[in-house]
Structure formats: structure tokens, C-alpha cells
Design a protein around this ligand. Structure first.
Ligand code: RDL
Ligand code: RDL
Ligand code: RDL
Length: 153
């Protein structure tokens, strides 16, 4: 099994390093990493990891900025990531942390790391133990900030 990790220089923390560190705690799968300038470059980077590097699943890691043009950029990147998934029939787990989700740089750094690590665990489960994902069905999982939890207690 091969896991692809694509991240950006735009993000304000080394998301790829967090992903690889977490993946290695849970799997011995080979990891192929690539870094691109920004989120709009992630769709083709992920598609190349799948088609050329034979990755079974890819993490697309990015940080949309807080300005309106960044939000549009992120929406476009998301659509590209979904298109790449449909073209390749492989999951590309999109790990986006919007810069304005955090109230300050310290919280942003924490969120970039925490969301990346939690989605890395999702990737390992999806790839190797999908029944473990089903056990979490409907439990209000979130990545980074606290889980929402089930609506009915
Ligand atoms: O292809 C080169 C760039 O267009 C590409 O890297 C963009 O994703 C860069 N970029 C923007 O141009 C922008 O307006 C990014 C953002 N906003 C953003 O919020 N986050 C990014 N890139 O990762
Ligand atoms: O590929 C990993 C995630 O990007 C993907 O699972 C998203 O669907 C997760 N997600 C968000 O990132 C988000 O901002 C979800 C929501 N909002 C949402 O409102 N409902 C979801 N997922 O089921
Ligand atoms: O319910 C609070 C948050 O989960 C909500 O504001 C989400 O929209 C935040 N969020 C993103 O904006 C995003 O791009 C999340 C993800 N991705 C994600 O992958 N997982 C989350 N939230 O839990």
C-alpha cells in the first residue's frame, strides 16, 4: 500500500511533516510526498500521486487564507480535488484549515497540526480497517476542535 501526501508552501505550518509523522505511528505503508505552492495546485499533485506514483489514497493538505479571494480559491481547489477523485476512483482526503478558524497564530498552529493528525488516522482506517470507520458512523466526529458528538445521547 502507498499513501500520498501533498502539501503547500502557502500554509503557515508544515502540514506534510505532521501527516507523515502520524501515518508512521499507525502504518508501515510507503509514503510519497510532494509540495506545491498553494491549494489550487493540489488537485493535479494528488492525481499524479495516484496515477504516476500508484498511491492508493492521498492526503491533500492546505490552508485557505481568510480573505474573500482565498475562500474562492479554496472552493475552486476543493472542486478540483473532487474531480481528481472521480477521475481516478481514489479517495483524496482534503485537509483544509481556514486561517480564520483560529483566533490567533498559536491556535492556528495547533489546529493545522491537530486536524492533519486526525485526518491521517482516518486515512489509515479507510485504507486498512474500513470496519473501524463504520464503528464511528454517526458519532459527530470533527478534526481539530472538539467532536460534536451524536445528537441523541
Ligand atoms: O498556481 C499558483 C497559485 O495560483 C496557487 O498556488 C494558489 O493556490 C495560491 N493561492 C492564491 O492564489 C490565493 O489567492 C492560495 C490562496 N489564495 C490560499 O488562500 N491558500 C493557498 N493558496 O494555499
Ligand atoms: O476529505 C476530508 C474532508 O475534507 C471531508 O470529509 C469533508 O466533507 C469534511 N467536512 C468539512 O470539511 C466541512 O467544512 C464536512 C463538513 N464541513 C460538513 O458540514 N459536513 C460533513 N463534512 O459531513
Ligand atoms: O463545526 C465546526 C467546524 O467543524 C466547522 O466550522 C468546519 O467547517 C471547519 N472545517 C473546515 O472548515 C474545513 O475546511 C473542518 C474541516 N475542514 C475538517 O476537515 N474537519 C472538521 N472541520 O472537523
Amino acid at each position: 500500500m502507498i499513501i500520498g501526501v501533498a502539501d503547500t508552501t502557502f500554509a503557515r505550518a508544515n502540514m506534510g511533516a505532521f501527516a507523515i509523522d502520524e501515518l508512521k505511528r499507525h502504518t508501515s505503508a510507503r509514503i510519497v510526498r510532494v509540495t506545491v505552492p498553494g491549494v489550487k495546485d493540489l488537485p493535479v499533485a494528488a492525481k499524479k500521486l495516484i496515477e504516476e506514483e500508484k498511491c492508493d489514497i492521498v492526503m491533500a493538505l492546505g490552508m485557505p487564507g481568510g480573505k474573500d479571494q482565498d475562500k474562492v480559491c479554496a472552493h475552486e481547489a476543493s472542486q478540483g480535488i473532487m474531480m481528481a477523485q472521480l477521475m481516478t476512483n481514489r479517495h483524496i482526503i482534503e485537509v483544509f484549515v481556514h486561517e480564520d478558524e483560529a483566533k490567533n497564530d498559536a491556535e492556528l498552529a495547533w489546529l493545522l497540526e491537530q486536524r492533519t493528525r486526525e485526518h491521517a488516522v482516518n486515512v489509515v482506517l479507510m485504507l486498512t480497517r474500513p470496519q473501524e470507520m463504520t464503528k464511528l458512523s454517526g458519532t459527530g466526529q470533527r478534526q481539530g476542535f472538539a467532536d460534536a458528538g451524536p445528537a441523541r445521547k
